[in-house]
Design a protein around this ligand. Structure first.
Ligand code: SF4
Length: 489
């Protein structure tokens, strides 16, 4: 049965995934908007990387005519002693693959696999070894097999991309020659699976490694919303418990044996769930909240990342802030004021963002954020990129207070948080009447995608801008209400 490179990689993760993809594709979850954005980014990176080997010929993708793609590749290789081909397509027996970049030189064929990632991963080498196997089996001499990744130390000058600096090329030829020797045996095992009934493979860590499997809904249907997999920072304990036959939290007997296997945080989480009780470490909460001083500024950012940098002095995957929401409470009885900023989609947002923020932030008092490392990291980067604001940024950073720590350290734990402490989990547990559910944009990555869509499509839609503003405003309002709830304890 035909086996493409992507099917081969699916099977390396799980044979049942391959089988379901071939025979029960209707069970697969549809590609989400977030996944599609990742695929689109990969396509863009692949196109830009082609510039490293300019003037290549691209084999047009015609899914209903692979034979045509294969014939065209073969003809080009026969006609030219030196040639670069993008998406060169090969088939050996039932195995076929499209290669990102193929360079033919008198010394042999060079294979380049492009990934929009910053380092080599095992799965990338498996991918390349399948390509090496097919080409070697067809009798082609291979002189190089390399991975092209993104160098995240590269700084774009704002004028022209320097592709030699933007990309890293790592040569894995010798390692891949050894790896490719194992491919025939693996392929034969996969073919056996495909000629049999649906394999009995239980769920496991392989369901999300190296990639989240699209058949999770089907295979995980016996796992309830609250289960051993809800245990926070489980570090493999969830799978140990599952293998012992425990699925629901109420299944786990809190006896000497199981208590010795799991952490005190897990025991607390299970007890809170079973008894539907909230754990509150009043002293620890009071100590932390006493550090907060008026005027209190509740601050949240949204940012986007580009694999291929587009802004002067920015790096690949750098967090570029484009929006903030700021709620300010001057005094305990003061009126809650709201300030916000959303960049114009067609401009570098950084200068306007930081100048507006520094104007809106009070010069004293606490700045309450949720997950300090993110906001602080963005501001520190801006201090380098827009140095005129560096003193003010440093002064603001000294006044940061991270509200998340109260929940991360479990000084407050409500069973509805289900072992998590993101604001999206904490808010419904503390303030159920305040919800993200009715918003068109309900999480940070969706906000990033919406802004990038505004930018790339030059979509000046007021609806998307209004959705972005509503989402970010709720993030800081949620912080205000959570803080109010905590001081009432
Ligand atoms: S969800 Fe897990 S067990 Fe099911 S096919 Fe995917 S990887 Fe295999």
């Amino acid at each position: 049965m035909p086996l493409s490179k992507s099917q081969y990689l699916k099977a390396l993760q799980c044979h049942k995934r391959l089988w379901l993809a071939k025979f029960r594709p209707e069970l697969a979850e549809p590609v989400s908007e977030a996944q599609q954005a990742i695929f689109d980014q990969g396509t863009l990176v692949g196109k830009v990387a082609q510039g490293l080997f300019a003037n290549g010929i691209e084999i047009a993708f015609t899914p209903d005519n692979f034979a045509g793609m294969i014939n065209e590749t073969q003809a080009l290789l026969e006609q030219h002693p030196n040639i670069t081909i993008y998406e060169a397509t090969f088939k050996f027996q039932d195995c076929f693959a499209m290669l990102d970049i193929l360079v033919k030189t008198p010394a042999g064929l060079e294979i380049y696999e492009v990934k929009s990632s910053t380092g080599a991963k095992d799965v990338y080498l498996e991918d390349l070894s399948f390509q090496v196997y097919i080409l070697q089996s067809l009798g082609y001499p291979i002189s190089k097999a390399c991975l092209i990744n993104i160098n995240n130390d590269y700084i774009f000058d704002g004028l022209e991309l320097n592709l030699e600096e933007l990309f890293k090329i790592e040569d894995f030829t010798q390692e891949l020659f050894i790896k490719a020797k194992h491919v025939p045996h693996l392929v034969s095992q996969m073919q056996n699976t495909l000629s049999s009934d649906e394999p009995h493979i239980d769920i496991g860590v392989h369901c999300s490694k190296p990639y989240k499997c699209e058949f999770t809904n089907y295979c995980w249907s016996h796992i309830p919303d609250v289960s051993v997999f809800s245990l926070s920072d489980a570090r493999g304990k969830d799978w140990e418990l599952y293998k012992q036959g425990y699925i629901k939290l109420e299944d786990i007997p809190l006896n000497k044996s199981t208590r010795s296997q799991i952490s005190s945080k897990h025991i607390q989480q299970i007890e809170c769930y079973l008894e539907n009780k909230t754990h509150i470490n009043q002293n620890a909460i009071d100590n932390q909240l006493s550090q907060i001083q008026f005027p209190i500024a509740f601050l949240d950012f949204e940012s986007f990342q580009d694999a291929i940098p587009r802004l002067r002095a920015s790096k690949p995957f750098e967090q570029i802030p484009f929006q903030y929401s700021l709620h300010i409470l001057e005094s305990p009885d003061g009126e809650l004021m709201h300030y916000e900023f959303l960049a114009k989609a067609d401009q570098d947002p950084r200068y306007d963002f930081i100048s507006s923020l520094m104007r809106d932030l009070p010069k004293s008092g606490s700045i309450v954020v949720y997950n300090r490392s993110f906001e602080a990291g963005v501001l520190k980067k801006l201090a380098c990129e827009v140095p005129e604001f560096e003193p003010e940024i440093n002064q603001a950073l000294e006044r940061f207070f991270d509200l998340m720590l109260i929940f991360q350290r479990r000084d407050y734990y409500h069973p509805d948080m289900q072992g998590r402490y993101s604001i999206k989990n904490v808010l419904p547990a503390l303030i159920p009447q305040l919800s993200y559910k009715d918003l068109a944009i309900g999480e940070g990555k969706a906000a990033s995608r919406a802004f990038v869509k505004l930018r790339d499509q030059q979509d000046l839609s007021e609806k998307i801008r209004a959705d972005l503003l509503a989402y970010c405003k709720l993030d800081t309002l949620a912080m205000v209400e959570i803080w109010k709830q905590l001081i009432k304890l």
